[in-house]
Design a protein around this ligand. Structure first.
Ligand code: ADQ
Length: 455
């Protein structure tokens, strides 16, 4: 079988350090099967930038190859076009998107450099799988350099309706470049529909009898591959000493009170202020719950250099402070807001001890936290997932309590129902969700994509 080459902004690690995301673990597993190369950014910002020496690391038949980026690349490509233009645009946030020619030029420059550095590492029969919005035009650049084998692309974040995307300057050039891929994978049916609608409306595209799409003289397959987690592996985390330790700490602290948990990077797409307001609404509407339920929000800060992120963090600190000021008691703090990361196994313990998992994304490609929360529950006495309809995960998790996060009263009512839900209903909902997570796990996702690419 041909070798697999994966390209993504962040690479590895090869070892499961307990901190790496589940996605990294799943991709390393897949690379091991046929042997493979994972290429991307080293995580270092140096003057030499993309011209830096290639860093290589090998374990068995899997190799990592990374390069640095320069301070200008980091500002313009990563913090700039990727995170201040594309991230908000693709999350339907025209109001915070910034359109700077400097960012745009930096984005294309870095994509060219990455393609040029990757080219000599690619063999004739290799298959290439490119990940995420940092590298939309990478496939087109690789084609220009003579790569002729299969190249697939997976977008981890949403694809918005044409009405939104068409506000992006030179959106046609960007999408035209994407048509150099043989396969474009999106998270959900909704994203897929938006993408092919774009091809039809903006590129005069049409569907071929074999299901592929023809547009602007290219032929491409566009399909939804909802990403999963390593469900059974995650379930196993709950029995580890790291998880047990958190469970015991929470037992001591909660003393029979219920806990609602939220876990996400601080990001405006996650609707964390909406979550705090819904919880405040719950305390307002249900006085008997005061002192009996708390919200634990765990949020490692991300992309600190992006202004919108610093602002939202201040907003959250303010909101938590005001809810706590109003409702806290000597022995009870309504909202515990922690801005730090946890090792994955410890996090599994925190999920396991939380009566409700609360996800209020205003827009989210999938949302793996929703899946991790379900995987970590004790099947005999599981907690309840309250999930935003705007997270991709909602498409296949209908047994969760699906809410509109903009409606604080609706979310508060769902929280109340979740806290009071009888055991048999909790079991039934959890059983259905868990079974689907076991079937459509991370390996299924990767193999489904790669099988399609091979065909
Ligand atoms: P993210 O936006 O990062 O991913 P998500 O899918 O929820 O969102 O994944 C976050 C991961 O980080 C989870 O595995 C979670 O456990 C972990 N994490 C979050 N906070 C943490 C903390 N405090 N400590 C430790 N770990 C923490 C993007 C898209 C998503 C899509 C994924 C995968 O935005 O929509 O689901 O890619 O495709």
């Amino acid at each position: 079988m041909s070798r697999l080459v994966i390209v993504s902004n962040r690479v590895g690690p090869l070892k499961d350090t307990g901190k790496a995301g589940g996605l990294a673990v799943a991709l390393v597993d897949v690379l091991r099967e046929t042997g493979g190369l994972w290429f991307g950014w080293s995580g270092e910002v140096t003057e030499a930038g993309t011209f830096s020496e290639l860093k290589r690391e090998r374990r068995g038949n899997v190799e990592l190859a990374t390069i640095d980026v320069s301070p200008a690349d980091n500002d313009e490509f990563y913090a700039g076009y990727a995170n201040r233009t594309l991230w908000p645009m693709l999350h339907y946030r025209l109001d915070v998107a910034e359109f700077s020619p400097l960012f745009e030029a930096g984005y294309h420059r870095v994509n060219e450099r990455f393609a040029a550095r990757l080219r000599p590492l690619v063999g004739e029969s290799d298959r290439i799988w490119v990940h995420d919005y940092h590298f939309l035009p990478l496939g087109a650049r690789l084609r220009e350099l003579g790569v002729s084998g299969p190249i697939g692309f997976f977008l981890h974040i949403p694809w918005p309706p044409t009405e939104i995307l068409s506000a992006l300057p030179r959106h046609r050039d960007l999408v035209r470049a994407m048509l150099a891929y043989d396969l474009i994978g999106l998270q959900t049916e909704r994203d897929r529909r938006h993408f092919v609608d774009y091809l039809r409306e903006e590129a005069g595209g049409h569907e071929l009898p074999d299901g592929r799409w023809e547009a602007w003289g290219h032929t491409v397959r566009v399909e939804a591959f909802p990403i999963g987690i390593d469900t059974e592996g995650y379930r196993g985390f709950v029995a580890t000493p790291e998880a047990r330790r958190e469970i015991q700490r929470l037992d001591r602290h909660l003393r029979g009170r219920a806990q609602i948990v939220g876990v996400d990077r601080i990001d405006y797409s996650k609707g964390i202020p909406h979550r705090f307001r819904a919880f405040e609404r719950l305390l307002e509407d249900q006085p008997e719950l005061r002192g009996r339920v708390s919200l634990l929000q765990i949020s490692p800060p991300s992309r600190g250099e992006v202004f919108a992120y610093a602002e939202i963090r201040r907003e959250l600190e303010h909101l938590a402070g005001s809810v706590n000021g109003r409702y806290a008691d000597i022995d009870w703090t309504p909202i515990r807001f922690m801005t730090r990361g946890f090792p994955r196994r410890a996090l599994a313990g925190i999920y396991a001890r939380s009566r409700v998992g609360l996800v209020t994304s205003l827009r989210d490609g999938m949302n793996l936290v929703a899946k991790e929360y379900v995987a970590a529950q004790e099947p005999e006495d599981p907690g309840v997932l309250v999930l935003s309809r705007f997270a991709g995960a909602a498409e296949a998790m209908s047994e969760a309590m699906i809410v509109n996060p903009y409606a604080a009263d609706e979310t508060a009512a769902a929280l109340q129902a979740a806290l009071q839900m009888p055991l048999d209903e909790r079991r039934a909902r959890h059983g259905a969700l868990y079974a689907r997570l076991v079937q459509a796990d991370a390996r299924w996702w990767a193999n489904a994509f790669l099988d399609r690419l091979a065909a």
